[in-house]
Design a protein around this ligand. Structure first.
Ligand code: SMG
Ligand code: MG
Length: 370
């Protein structure tokens, strides 16, 4: 049985080392809602991946706070859970809000695995002690700045580079990157910046020998992606569209993607991510773990998930120093000479939240007894 005494939320603001620009906007500061649950003899932490505004997803840090405190908490107070995987069922009366649910579930997984005295990756059924690291490079003011950044990351040893694209920052840019870095494993992510009318422009991406094109069309448009997949040689990967295991199943049935970017925070939690993993394993669909510029808490969750056997492509899991000068959890994640991130071996997340740093970064907090 998981006995809970207290639930606390911390809204933190962590300045990014460099602004991160995508087709939907610029992020200079990461706004993260950190969830802490206190059990009888241990504490667990989770991180909500929703941002301050509804640009990547409909959810925001503020909607997550509202849903967790006003709707999830009362359900939690009336129930007793024997395992973190039971939370999804308990919260099922709440429609949507996968990011809010995932953050709460993550804190329970951390608490549960600490109480069991095992690392989270083991509790999830993982099997690796390091995971292949990729890096996601935002849209830059000009091509020379992009080439400089890509060169630096390739030099550091990242196994692949993902470039953010949008109409007008795509073909010419890739031409320049391919010319300079002939054999570098590359993929692109449009964050839904194109429409089915752009099929011609998207097909032109085929000549750059990309590992995949991620989320070219609207998050709602599974059918559009299925049609696009018919005319492109480069595999399509979905990110924003996959908000639940059921959505993953639909996408695969429709042929809307050949690869899935799994973010536990976007699909409703680690349990949902495990079912997508099961589905992908049955069908031989390759997975990789996406990122949401997480703090060390969320990064530890992603690393644990990425140890599962079906996660076979390099992840958007980069070293802490790529994002932050000072993180709220320690130790920080480092890149090995092999271009991997070692999996923490301590109980739970395997990293510890530094309370002083957490409080320094906190702009608002809430605490409730259970
Ligand atoms: O965490 O390294 C990271 C960022 C990876 O590109 C990344 N994430 O669409 O995949 C994506 C974006 C979403 C976040 S944009 C603020
Ligand atoms: Mg993406």
């Amino acid at each position: 049985m998981i006995h809970l005494r207290r639930l606390s939320l911390f809204l933190v603001e962590l300045p990014l080392r460099r602004p991160f620009v995508t087709s939907f906007g610029e992020e200079r500061v990461r706004h993260a809602l950190i969830v802490a649950v206190e059990g009888e003899d241990a504490e667990g932490f989770g991180e909500c991946v929703a941002d301050a505004g509804p640009w990547y997803s409909a959810e925001t840090a503020e909607t997550a706070r509202h849903v967790i405190l006003d709707f999830a908490l009362p359900l939690l107070q009336r129930a007793s859970l024997s395992h973190p995987r039971d939370l999804a069922e308990l919260l099922s009366p709440i429609r949507g809000h996968p990011m809010a649910k995932a953050a709460l579930e993550a804190a329970l997984w951390d608490l549960f695995s600490r109480q069991e005295g095992i690392p989270l990756w083991r509790a999830l059924g993982g099997m690796r002690d390091e995971v292949p690291a990729g890096v996601s490079v935002g849209i830059q003011p000009d091509v020379p700045s992009l080439l400089e950044q890509v060169a630096a990351f390739a030099e550091q040893g990242y196994q692949r580079v993902k470039l953010k694209i949008k109409p007008g920052w795509d073909l010419e840019v890739l031409e320049a990157v391919r010319e300079r870095f002939g054999s570098l494993p590359l993929q692109v992510d449009a964050n839904a910046a194109y429409t089915p009318d752009d099929a011609g422009r998207l097909r032109a991406l085929d000549r750059f020998d990309l590992l995949m094109v991620e989320q070219p069309l609207s998050y709602e448009d599974l059918l559009g992606h299925a049609r696009l997949a018919q005319v492109m040689r480069t595999p399509l990967c979905l990110d924003e569209s996959i908000t639940s295991p059921n959505r993953a199943w639909e996408a695969l049935e429709l042929g809307a993607c050949q690869i899935i970017n799994v973010k536990q925070g976007r699909v409703g939690g680690l349990t949902a991510a495990l079912s997508i993993h099961g589905l992908a394993q049955e069908r031989g669909v390759p997975l990789w773990c996406g990122g949401m510029l997480e703090t060390g808490v969320g990064r530890a969750l992603n690393v644990a998930l990425a140890t599962l056997p079906g996660f076979v492509l390099p992840h958007d899991i980069s070293a802490t120093e790529r994002y932050y000068r000072e993180d709220i959890a320690a130790p920080s994640f480092r890149l090995t000479a092999r271009g991997t991130i070692p999996v923490p071996q301590g109980p739970g997340l395997g990293v510890e939240v530094d309370l002083a740093r957490l409080l320094r970064a906190t702009v608002a907090s809430w605490s409730r007894r259970l």
